[in-house]
Write a protein of this length. Structure first.
Length: 290
Protein backbone atom coordinates (compact mmCIF):
# COMPACT_ATOMS: atom_id res chain seq x y z
CA UNK A 1 0.00 0.00 0.00
CA UNK A 2 1.51 3.32 -1.13
CA UNK A 3 1.10 6.30 1.21
CA UNK A 4 2.29 9.87 0.95
CA UNK A 5 3.83 11.77 3.86
CA UNK A 6 1.62 14.76 4.64
CA UNK A 7 2.00 17.68 7.01
CA UNK A 8 0.45 16.36 10.24
CA UNK A 9 -0.60 19.81 11.43
CA UNK A 10 -3.06 20.03 8.54
CA UNK A 11 -4.63 16.58 8.99
CA UNK A 12 -6.82 14.62 11.32
CA UNK A 13 -7.13 10.85 11.58
CA UNK A 14 -10.91 10.62 11.28
CA UNK A 15 -12.68 9.83 7.98
CA UNK A 16 -14.04 12.75 5.98
CA UNK A 17 -17.84 12.90 5.82
CA UNK A 18 -19.15 14.66 2.73
CA UNK A 19 -22.28 15.75 4.59
CA UNK A 20 -20.16 17.76 7.05
CA UNK A 21 -18.32 19.93 4.54
CA UNK A 22 -19.16 22.04 1.51
CA UNK A 23 -17.63 20.25 -1.49
CA UNK A 24 -15.58 22.08 -4.17
CA UNK A 25 -12.21 21.90 -6.74
CA UNK A 26 -8.76 22.67 -8.52
CA UNK A 27 -5.01 22.07 -7.74
CA UNK A 28 -1.84 24.13 -7.58
CA UNK A 29 -3.27 26.84 -9.85
CA UNK A 30 -6.04 27.61 -7.37
CA UNK A 31 -3.89 27.49 -4.28
CA UNK A 32 -0.89 29.27 -5.79
CA UNK A 33 -3.06 32.19 -6.87
CA UNK A 34 -5.32 32.29 -3.88
CA UNK A 35 -4.03 34.61 -1.20
CA UNK A 36 -5.17 38.00 -2.53
CA UNK A 37 -7.20 38.55 -5.71
CA UNK A 38 -6.08 41.07 -8.33
CA UNK A 39 -8.47 43.95 -7.84
CA UNK A 40 -9.77 46.51 -10.32
CA UNK A 41 -7.47 49.21 -8.96
CA UNK A 42 -5.60 51.31 -11.56
CA UNK A 43 -2.70 49.47 -13.15
CA UNK A 44 0.90 50.23 -12.29
CA UNK A 45 3.36 51.39 -14.89
CA UNK A 46 4.77 48.91 -17.41
CA UNK A 47 8.01 48.49 -15.47
CA UNK A 48 10.55 45.79 -16.26
CA UNK A 49 12.17 43.88 -13.43
CA UNK A 50 15.65 42.36 -13.39
CA UNK A 51 16.58 38.68 -13.42
CA UNK A 52 17.14 38.52 -9.67
CA UNK A 53 13.70 39.94 -8.89
CA UNK A 54 12.19 37.61 -11.47
CA UNK A 55 13.68 34.61 -9.65
CA UNK A 56 12.37 35.92 -6.34
CA UNK A 57 8.84 36.34 -7.71
CA UNK A 58 8.79 32.87 -9.21
CA UNK A 59 10.00 31.31 -5.98
CA UNK A 60 7.42 33.26 -3.95
CA UNK A 61 4.71 32.07 -6.36
CA UNK A 62 5.80 28.44 -5.91
CA UNK A 63 5.50 28.79 -2.12
CA UNK A 64 1.98 30.28 -2.04
CA UNK A 65 -0.74 28.06 -0.61
CA UNK A 66 -4.07 28.13 1.15
CA UNK A 67 -4.32 27.96 4.93
CA UNK A 68 -5.23 24.33 5.61
CA UNK A 69 -6.60 21.68 3.26
CA UNK A 70 -9.55 22.23 0.94
CA UNK A 71 -12.43 20.51 -0.87
CA UNK A 72 -14.01 21.94 -4.02
CA UNK A 73 -17.03 20.96 -6.08
CA UNK A 74 -16.66 22.01 -9.72
CA UNK A 75 -18.13 21.78 -13.17
CA UNK A 76 -16.25 21.38 -16.43
CA UNK A 77 -17.88 22.69 -19.61
CA UNK A 78 -16.26 21.40 -22.78
CA UNK A 79 -17.12 23.70 -25.69
CA UNK A 80 -16.08 22.23 -29.05
CA UNK A 81 -15.97 24.73 -31.88
CA UNK A 82 -18.41 22.74 -34.03
CA UNK A 83 -20.41 20.69 -31.53
CA UNK A 84 -22.65 21.01 -28.50
CA UNK A 85 -21.31 21.84 -25.04
CA UNK A 86 -20.64 18.80 -22.84
CA UNK A 87 -20.69 19.14 -19.03
CA UNK A 88 -18.87 17.15 -16.36
CA UNK A 89 -19.21 17.39 -12.59
CA UNK A 90 -16.31 16.79 -10.22
CA UNK A 91 -14.82 17.01 -6.76
CA UNK A 92 -11.27 17.88 -5.76
CA UNK A 93 -9.50 17.37 -2.42
CA UNK A 94 -6.21 19.21 -1.81
CA UNK A 95 -3.36 19.36 0.69
CA UNK A 96 0.43 19.87 0.68
CA UNK A 97 3.47 17.75 1.51
CA UNK A 98 7.24 18.33 1.29
CA UNK A 99 7.17 18.24 -2.52
CA UNK A 100 4.26 20.59 -3.11
CA UNK A 101 0.53 20.41 -3.74
CA UNK A 102 -1.12 16.97 -3.52
CA UNK A 103 -4.56 16.69 -5.08
CA UNK A 104 -7.21 14.06 -5.65
CA UNK A 105 -9.75 14.57 -8.43
CA UNK A 106 -12.97 12.74 -9.22
CA UNK A 107 -14.65 13.61 -12.54
CA UNK A 108 -18.08 12.24 -13.37
CA UNK A 109 -18.66 11.63 -17.10
CA UNK A 110 -22.20 12.11 -18.38
CA UNK A 111 -24.22 9.78 -20.60
CA UNK A 112 -25.62 10.92 -23.93
CA UNK A 113 -28.96 11.69 -22.22
CA UNK A 114 -27.23 13.99 -19.71
CA UNK A 115 -27.35 11.62 -16.74
CA UNK A 116 -24.20 10.81 -14.78
CA UNK A 117 -22.29 7.69 -15.82
CA UNK A 118 -21.59 5.05 -13.19
CA UNK A 119 -17.77 4.97 -13.28
CA UNK A 120 -15.93 8.22 -12.47
CA UNK A 121 -12.41 9.06 -13.62
CA UNK A 122 -10.18 9.50 -10.56
CA UNK A 123 -6.74 11.09 -10.39
CA UNK A 124 -4.12 11.66 -7.72
CA UNK A 125 -1.67 14.37 -8.74
CA UNK A 126 1.58 15.26 -6.97
CA UNK A 127 2.91 18.68 -7.98
CA UNK A 128 6.41 19.93 -7.32
CA UNK A 129 9.95 19.59 -8.73
CA UNK A 130 9.39 15.83 -9.26
CA UNK A 131 5.71 15.57 -10.27
CA UNK A 132 3.83 12.27 -10.40
CA UNK A 133 0.29 11.23 -11.25
CA UNK A 134 -1.96 8.17 -10.97
CA UNK A 135 -5.33 7.39 -12.57
CA UNK A 136 -8.11 4.84 -12.34
CA UNK A 137 -11.36 4.46 -14.27
CA UNK A 138 -12.77 1.65 -12.15
CA UNK A 139 -13.50 2.24 -8.44
CA UNK A 140 -12.70 -1.44 -7.75
CA UNK A 141 -9.20 -1.15 -9.26
CA UNK A 142 -5.96 0.30 -7.93
CA UNK A 143 -4.55 3.56 -9.24
CA UNK A 144 -2.09 3.20 -12.15
CA UNK A 145 0.82 5.61 -12.80
CA UNK A 146 0.54 8.12 -15.65
CA UNK A 147 3.77 8.79 -17.56
CA UNK A 148 5.20 9.52 -21.00
CA UNK A 149 2.76 10.47 -23.76
CA UNK A 150 -0.16 9.62 -21.49
CA UNK A 151 0.54 12.83 -19.56
CA UNK A 152 -0.70 14.83 -22.56
CA UNK A 153 -3.80 12.78 -23.41
CA UNK A 154 -7.27 14.19 -22.61
CA UNK A 155 -8.68 13.02 -19.28
CA UNK A 156 -11.92 12.19 -21.09
CA UNK A 157 -12.64 11.89 -24.84
CA UNK A 158 -12.58 15.32 -26.42
CA UNK A 159 -11.75 17.16 -23.20
CA UNK A 160 -8.98 19.76 -23.44
CA UNK A 161 -7.59 19.12 -19.94
CA UNK A 162 -4.76 16.59 -19.54
CA UNK A 163 -2.65 15.43 -16.59
CA UNK A 164 0.07 17.84 -17.78
CA UNK A 165 -2.36 20.74 -17.28
CA UNK A 166 -3.10 19.61 -13.73
CA UNK A 167 0.52 18.86 -12.76
CA UNK A 168 1.83 22.18 -14.10
CA UNK A 169 5.47 20.94 -13.98
CA UNK A 170 6.66 24.09 -15.73
CA UNK A 171 6.11 26.10 -12.55
CA UNK A 172 9.20 24.33 -11.13
CA UNK A 173 11.44 24.40 -14.23
CA UNK A 174 14.66 26.14 -13.21
CA UNK A 175 15.54 27.90 -16.47
CA UNK A 176 13.41 30.75 -17.76
CA UNK A 177 13.53 33.84 -19.96
CA UNK A 178 12.03 37.01 -18.51
CA UNK A 179 10.01 38.56 -21.36
CA UNK A 180 8.86 41.75 -19.65
CA UNK A 181 5.51 43.27 -18.68
CA UNK A 182 2.25 43.25 -20.63
CA UNK A 183 -1.36 44.28 -20.11
CA UNK A 184 -3.84 41.70 -18.85
CA UNK A 185 -7.27 42.88 -19.89
CA UNK A 186 -7.63 46.65 -19.61
CA UNK A 187 -6.54 47.36 -16.05
CA UNK A 188 -3.83 44.92 -14.94
CA UNK A 189 -0.10 44.59 -15.60
CA UNK A 190 1.37 41.11 -15.79
CA UNK A 191 5.02 40.01 -15.77
CA UNK A 192 5.80 37.32 -18.35
CA UNK A 193 8.21 34.42 -17.84
CA UNK A 194 8.95 31.83 -20.52
CA UNK A 195 9.71 28.68 -18.54
CA UNK A 196 12.12 26.37 -20.42
CA UNK A 197 11.71 22.57 -20.22
CA UNK A 198 14.68 20.42 -19.18
CA UNK A 199 16.36 18.87 -22.23
CA UNK A 200 15.40 15.27 -21.37
CA UNK A 201 11.86 16.00 -20.16
CA UNK A 202 8.69 14.67 -21.75
CA UNK A 203 7.75 18.26 -22.58
CA UNK A 204 10.93 18.80 -24.60
CA UNK A 205 10.50 15.47 -26.40
CA UNK A 206 6.97 16.54 -27.33
CA UNK A 207 8.29 19.69 -29.01
CA UNK A 208 7.35 22.22 -26.35
CA UNK A 209 9.76 25.15 -26.57
CA UNK A 210 8.53 26.74 -23.36
CA UNK A 211 5.53 27.66 -21.25
CA UNK A 212 4.75 31.36 -20.82
CA UNK A 213 3.56 32.16 -17.30
CA UNK A 214 2.00 35.58 -16.60
CA UNK A 215 1.98 36.72 -12.95
CA UNK A 216 0.12 39.76 -11.68
CA UNK A 217 2.60 42.58 -11.10
CA UNK A 218 0.97 43.64 -7.82
CA UNK A 219 -0.17 40.42 -6.16
CA UNK A 220 2.03 37.82 -7.91
CA UNK A 221 -1.14 35.81 -8.70
CA UNK A 222 -1.35 33.69 -11.84
CA UNK A 223 -3.25 35.16 -14.78
CA UNK A 224 -2.25 33.16 -17.85
CA UNK A 225 -0.37 30.07 -18.99
CA UNK A 226 0.55 29.60 -22.67
CA UNK A 227 2.22 26.45 -24.03
CA UNK A 228 4.58 27.48 -26.86
CA UNK A 229 5.63 24.95 -29.52
CA UNK A 230 9.13 24.86 -31.02
CA UNK A 231 7.78 26.65 -34.15
CA UNK A 232 6.84 29.61 -31.84
CA UNK A 233 3.11 28.89 -32.20
CA UNK A 234 0.96 28.96 -29.03
CA UNK A 235 -0.58 25.49 -28.57
CA UNK A 236 -2.93 26.31 -25.70
CA UNK A 237 -3.84 29.10 -23.32
CA UNK A 238 -4.92 28.77 -19.70
CA UNK A 239 -6.67 31.98 -18.59
CA UNK A 240 -7.95 32.90 -15.11
CA UNK A 241 -11.28 34.71 -15.45
CA UNK A 242 -12.52 35.29 -11.90
CA UNK A 243 -11.76 34.90 -8.19
CA UNK A 244 -13.96 34.02 -5.21
CA UNK A 245 -13.64 34.74 -1.49
CA UNK A 246 -14.26 31.63 0.65
CA UNK A 247 -14.01 31.78 4.45
CA UNK A 248 -11.66 34.80 4.32
CA UNK A 249 -9.41 33.20 1.67
CA UNK A 250 -9.41 33.82 -2.08
CA UNK A 251 -9.48 31.06 -4.66
CA UNK A 252 -9.65 31.09 -8.44
CA UNK A 253 -13.29 30.52 -9.39
CA UNK A 254 -13.29 30.28 -13.18
CA UNK A 255 -10.59 29.22 -15.64
CA UNK A 256 -10.79 28.57 -19.40
CA UNK A 257 -8.32 26.35 -21.25
CA UNK A 258 -8.27 26.88 -25.03
CA UNK A 259 -6.66 24.56 -27.58
CA UNK A 260 -5.45 26.84 -30.39
CA UNK A 261 -5.28 24.17 -33.10
CA UNK A 262 -8.91 23.04 -32.74
CA UNK A 263 -10.18 26.21 -31.03
CA UNK A 264 -12.02 23.98 -28.58
CA UNK A 265 -12.38 25.30 -25.02
CA UNK A 266 -12.92 23.73 -21.61
CA UNK A 267 -14.06 25.97 -18.77
CA UNK A 268 -13.51 25.02 -15.14
CA UNK A 269 -15.90 26.64 -12.65
CA UNK A 270 -15.94 26.21 -8.86
CA UNK A 271 -19.51 25.61 -7.72
CA UNK A 272 -18.89 25.28 -3.97
CA UNK A 273 -15.77 25.30 -1.84
CA UNK A 274 -14.55 24.78 1.71
CA UNK A 275 -11.07 25.73 2.94
CA UNK A 276 -9.09 25.59 6.16
CA UNK A 277 -9.87 21.87 6.60
CA UNK A 278 -7.96 18.87 7.97
CA UNK A 279 -8.44 16.02 5.52
CA UNK A 280 -7.93 12.32 6.16
CA UNK A 281 -4.59 11.08 4.69
CA UNK A 282 -6.32 7.94 3.38
CA UNK A 283 -7.70 10.09 0.56
CA UNK A 284 -4.28 9.77 -1.10
CA UNK A 285 -3.72 6.04 -0.59
CA UNK A 286 -3.09 4.22 -3.90
CA UNK A 287 -5.29 1.19 -3.27
CA UNK A 288 -8.76 -0.09 -4.07
CA UNK A 289 -10.05 1.28 -0.79
CA UNK A 290 -11.94 4.58 -0.75
Amino acid sequence: MHRFTLHSKNLCLRPIHCTCVVLGLFCVLLSASAQRPPSSEPRRGMERIDQAEGEQRLEAFRQQRLDGDYVFEFQLEHKPRRARTVRYDGIMWGTWNEQGALTRFKVLPHQADGTTANAPVELIVQNGPEPEAWIRRDPAAAFEPVAGEALFEPLLPGLVYSVFDLQMPFIYWEEFIYEGPSLVGVSRVGQNFLMLPPAESESARRGIKGVRVTLDDTYNALWRVEVVHEDEAVQSRFAVESFKKVQEQYIVKRITLTDHSSRDRTTFDVVEASVGLRLDPDLWVLSTED
